[in-house]
Design a protein around this ligand. Structure first.
Ligand code: NAP
Ligand code: MG
Length: 481
């Protein structure tokens, strides 16, 4: 194997000072900054350094009540009665403002969450703006979206989002809700509230009527208060399967409409006729970029036996070249793990994998001295029953298995409680479609991976949740019809 470290890129750090982060953020309620009623704040830190970035309000019952009240008032008195065309204009304005401040958003997303700036700059922020653009376009065309149906908005949407795509998940939640005439109370994840607060600034700048979007920061309890509030009509949750189940239980028996976007354990399947270099690049993209903090991460790899040696050799060689480190550096491929807790979780799985008899490979990389880091990891010789092949790890950890026949690959790929996404690498389109129809996954990518577009619905089966976000399906989730 040639030495991949013969030469290196010079550091190309993005300037952190381009981003303005306040020392402290209050909630955003009824168009204004609202100090937490109990006066408590918690820290948001940079997971790459451990440094404190800001303080964020801790939302309690009285804060959530105030936010829901503002959302109800805005729904009843302004937003639901506004002409759809006017509503669309506000949503367009939010999209434009995100574009104008894209650089600042990307930097803050990277500082607060640890993801490489290349990802936040090229994926998170543009997709978030596009989501607002896309749904702005639908606002005055709902009759065309659902012909011969009488559609109406639901009321107040309570929305709770995770830390892996903080701004993008906020966009996925807010844009379709507004386009369909609903108002919103959003609770960002504890470790990544800052871009939501920047979004609040933009929402204020856009002139959106007070109370249409309210953002309450806090922990899991704050999220529970939002989804369980009596005056919330629609619950939209993205996060772990365990919390999703808890939410579903807690709102059972109410007439709240609900969508759940939960965990995943996606299978990537490489057939022997696949373009191997392209496949390896897709596998690497699917599990190592963004540190595997992706619900649809391709965390299981199934390789046809005849090409196994070649795939593994190329995969390891590619892993050796991945740049792990400063997320603000434009060359970085793998950034920081989002939190100490998440790092500990990943480390527990690494140990379990080894204890279960799998073989672990990690490239030698110089990890920074402070912050939360995990090198890209691949496990081979993995038993189907092994915990690392069964459970969502949510880190840069790939479990590889082999297969001889296609039916065997399909059976193994489907042998999981999850059903969010999958990938197939093969030369023949017809075969690819045939296999994709047999995979129990909401999204199946063919000869590519992790492609997103606002027009295309996304969501899971089985324990990965139900309901779809994006596309027309994403509108339907916010409408009575
Ligand atoms: P999580 O622990 O379930 O948290 C998600 C959100 O729910 C956070 O804002 C969290 O607040 C809040 N929360 C926690 N307990 C709650 C409760 N009892 N009631 C209401 N809200 C509560 O998930 P995570 O660790 O942040 O995110 C990782 C998970 O999200 C993974 O499983 C991943 O697969 C999944 N995910 C799925 C999709 C998808 O589209 N299917 C997309 C992204 C992520 P705190 O942050 O304060 O705990
Ligand atoms: Mg943070």
């Amino acid at each position: 194997m040639s030495d991949p470290n013969e030469w290196n890129y010079a550091p190309a750090p993005e300037a952190a000072k381009q981003a303005r982060i306040s020392d402290r953020y209050a909630h955003f309620i009824n168009g204004k900054w609202a100090d937490p009623k109990e006066g408590e704040y918690f820290q948001s830190t940079n997971p790459a350094t451990g440094e404190k970035l800001s303080e964020v309000a801790l939302g309690t019952k009285r804060d959530v009540n105030a936010a829901v009240k503002a959302a109800r008032n805005a729904y009843d008195n302004v937003w639901s009665g506004m002409s759809p065309r006017e509503r669309g204009k506000y949503i367009y304005r939010i999209a434009r403002l995100i574009q104008e401040r894209a650089r600042e958003f990307a930097i803050i997303e990277t500082l607060d969450g640890g993801k490489p700036i290349r990802e936040s700059r090229d994926i998170d922020v543009p997709l978030a703006a596009n989501h607002f653009f896309y749904y702005a376009g639908w606002a005055d065309k709902l009759d065309y979206a659902f012909p011969n149906r009488k559609v109406s908005s639901l009321g107040v949407a309570g929305q709770v989002i995770p830390w892996n795509f903080p701004l993008l998940m906020a966009a996925w939640k807010i844009a379709p809700a507004l386009a369909t005439g609903n108002t919103v109370v959003l609770k960002p994840a504890e470790t990544t509230s800052l871009t939501a607060m920047k979004l609040a600034e933009i929402i204020a700048d856009s002139g959106l009527p007070d109370g249409v979007v309210n953002i309450v920061t806090g922990m899991g309890e704050t999220g529970a208060l939002v989804v369980n509030h009596d005056d919330v009509n629609k619950v939209a949750f993205t996060g772990s399967t365990s919390v999703g189940k808890r939410i579903q239980k807690s709102i059972a028996g109410t007439d709240k409409k609900i969508t759940l976007e939960l965990g995943g354990k996606a299978a990537n399947i490489i057939l022997e006729d696949a373009a191997i270099d392209q496949a390896v690049e897709g596998i690497v993209n699917g599990i190592y970029f963004n540190q595997g903090h992706v619900c649809c991460a391709g965390s299981r790899l199934f390789v046809q036996e005849s090409v196994y040696d070649e795939v593994l050799w190329k995969l390891k060689r590619r892993m050796d070249t991945l740049i792990v480190g400063d997320p603000l550096d434009k060359n970085t491929d793998v950034g920081a793990i989002n939190s100490k807790e998440q790092l500990e979780t990943i480390q527990r799985y690494l140990k379990a994998g080894v204890d279960n008899g799998a073989e672990m490979y990690q490239p030698a990389c110089d990890l920074p001295a402070s912050g939360n880091w995990c090198p890209p990891t691949v496990f081979t010789n993995v038993a189907q029953s092994s915990i690392i092949a069964q459970e969502e790890i949510f880190g840069p950890v790939l479990a590889v298995q082999t297969f001889r026949t296609v039916p065997e690959a399909i059976e193994k790929a489907n042998n999981t409680p999850y059903g969010l996404s999958a990938g197939i690498w093969c030369d023949k389109g017809a075969r690819l479609f045939q296999i994709s129809n047999q995979l129990e996954a909401g999204v199946v990518w063919g000869n590519t991976y992790n492609q997103f577009d606002p027009t295309s619905p996304f969501g899971g089966y089985k324990e990965s949740g139900f309901g779809r976000e994006g596309g027309l399906h994403g509108l339907a989730a916010y409408l009575d019809m």
